[in-house]
Design a protein around this ligand. Structure first.
Ligand SMILES: [Zn+2]
Length: 312
């Protein structure tokens, strides 16, 4: 039963993680492949062609895996201590609360964690919703991927942002971190982010969780939010709780208390978890699969698809 649950979940996050690293060319190839098979009324198409945020007050609508976003804000491509990666995907949109959190974190991390700044991966589309490629979640503007590569001390060019690879901090056998790339600053970074009050969960590779279990100090309450998941060896995924006042946002059950370092973690290093059976391709979503309010955020099927423009 546990396996059946995870089989569905793998589609949501494991697959997304495999593609999170894709260069612009690889991303375009995946996009073309998906487009060739999608029905014309697929929600992925309807949300994928929206180029601007839905006007109105910010509101996360639905669940992280089935929803949309009103009143999104864009994370600027450059800030004092951050740079947006893979800009040609145009996925730096999010709930203003998440955007503000990323900006605040980026500013305090050099002093608090010895982390020079954030390389920010996918957040969400301008109106959230399901995406043509990659993620099962990231639909309501409360999820963001952050690279495990420290920000370099210079501004990357648009081409570099679309092409360079992130740093893998997990060993090839997936049993532990790679001591050649993992640093004490990685632990300090994840701890500083996990201590943020609005944070619901952080997804990391199980090997990273294993390292944190070893390296965390006696005050371990923050560890509850660090959740092992497939992939997430090049980036970690932060997820905010539903903002209070977003009445249509559907929260996820909070993670169980405790540091999560016991038996629950051991399972991730079993054969069943390390080498799961291949998942069937993700089924396209229809507007009817999303909360009713999401239908109002997209224009009807049959119009030209918005392909995000060149690197910005
Ligand atoms: Zn993610």
């Amino acid at each position: 039963m546990r396996l059946a649950f995870f089989a569905a979940a793998i589609i949501a996050l494991w697959v997304s993680s495999a593609f999170a690293q894709d260069t612009a060319v690889e991303e375009a190839a995946h996009r073309a492949e998906v487009l060739a098979h999608l029905p014309h009324d697929a929600a992925e198409l309807l949300f994928g062609r929206e180029a601007t945020p839905a006007p109105g007050p910010p509101e996360a609508i639905g669940t992280y895996e089935r929803g949309c976003l009103e009143g999104a804000a864009a994370l600027p491509a450059d800030g004092p201590n951050w740079q947006v990666m893979r800009p040609s995907r145009d996925r730096a949109w999010g709930h203003p609360m998440l955007i503000a959190l990323i900006e605040r974190l980026a500013q305090k991390l050099p002093a608090e964690a010895g982390w020079p700044g954030l390389l920010v991966g996918d957040i969400a589309q301008p109106r959230g919703g399901p995406m043509l490629t990659g993620h099962g979640s990231h639909q309501i503007g409360l999820d963001a991927d952050i690279w495990l590569t420290p920000m370099p001390p210079r501004r990357l060019s648009a081409v570099e942002r679309d092409e360079i690879s992130a740093m893998d901090v997990v060993a090839a056998d997936r049993m532990d971190i790679d001591t050649a790339t993992w640093t004490p600053q990685h632990r300090r970074l994840l701890e500083a982010v996990a201590r943020e009050p609005g944070l619901a969960r952080i997804f990391v590779n199980a090997a990273i969780k294993r390292a944190l279990c070893r390296e965390a100090g006696p005050d371990r309450a923050w560890m509850a939010k660090i959740r092992p998941w497939w992939g997430h060896n090049y980036h970690f995924h932060i997820r905010l709780s539903c903002p209070s006042g977003d009445a249509l946002c559907r929260a996820q059950t909070p993670p169980p208390p405790g540091d999560g370092c016991g038996k629950e973690l051991d399972w991730w290093f079993t054969e069943e978890a390390l080498h799961p059976p291949p998942s069937p391709p993700r089924k396209p979503l229809r507007l009817a699969d999303l909360p009713q309010a999401c239908a109002g955020l997209v224009t009807a099927a049959g119009q030209a698809l918005h392909i995000p423009g060149g690197a910005r």
